[in-house]
Design a protein around this ligand. Structure first.
Ligand code: URA
Ligand code: SF4
Length: 221
């Protein structure tokens, strides 16, 4: 159960991490909240060390939890296709999640995704903050509501910010957490929303259009 007595990730984050690998290794031992207990492993971000774009999802899914890498399951396939269609190379983007352990309930037959609570997101946020501070991308892109709220604050919504580029870190909930950042923020839907939707094509096109906005700006700046 999420309780206020949980320590949060901060005490597990190295004070002055020299590299992503150092951060990733430390995250492997995180016990900042209870979510590590039912998960297989920490799923940290992955990608180039100098990415132009960092994409932030919600949390690893069932496949990611087993394989230990972000966006390698069904939602990752949708994302790959949308990135390619938008003109962004997955190899140039760093992929990560707001929460690094898979929150789920086990029916005995299946492990069913559960949305992390605000408390769990806040517990895990020091990892994402540390990643973004090391990576300093030109574009931070939130995929879905959990990532939008993690980065912009609890009252932010996708619909209020999608379709625009916001200055980053000025748009962040706590800009002071990102003293070295200088870039842009964009938001779109989570690729798994496409899989759940009745009107898959419309949602997919929206995802591609939002990513294309970033791709165009990347060409411009
Ligand atoms: N959904 C996410 O938000 N992240 C993943 O890594 C996989 C599915
Ligand atoms: Fe640590 Fe985040 Fe995993 Fe909780 S979800 S144990 S804060 S890495």
């Amino acid at each position: 159960m999420a309780t206020r007595t949980e320590p949060g990730a901060q005490e597990f984050v190295p004070a002055h991490p020299g590299s992503l690998d150092e951060l990733r290794a430390a995250a492997g031992g995180c016990r900042g909240c209870h979510l590590y207990r039912d998960a297989t492993q920490t799923v940290f971000g992955a990608g180039p060390v100098r990415p132009a774009v960092v994409l932030v999802g919600e949390q690893p899914g069932d496949v990611e939890d087993r394989r230990g890498a972000p966006f390698v399951g069904p939602a990752g396939k949708v994302l790959d296709r949308a990135l390619a269609e938008a003109g962004l190379a997955r190899a140039d983007t760093y992929l990560t999640n707001a929460v690094k352990h898979f929150k789920h309930r086990d029916t005995g037959k299946r492990r069913i995704h559960q949305t992390p609570t605000r408390t769990e997101v806040v517990s895990c946020l020091p990892w994402l903050t540390a990643e973004l501070e090391l990576l300093r991308p030109r574009f931070v892109v939130a995929l879905g509501g959990t990532a939008v709220k993690a980065l912009l604050g609890p009252s932010a919504t996708i619909s209020a910010v999608r379709g625009q580029l916001l200055p980053w870190p000025a748009a962040a909930h706590h800009p002071a957490d990102f003293p070295h950042a200088d870039g842009w923020f964009a938001a779109t839907i989570h690729p798994s929303a496409v899989l759940r939707a009745e009107d898959r094509d419309a949602l997919y096109q929206g995802l591609v259009e939002d990513l294309a906005l970033v791709a165009r700006a990347l060409g411009d700046v």
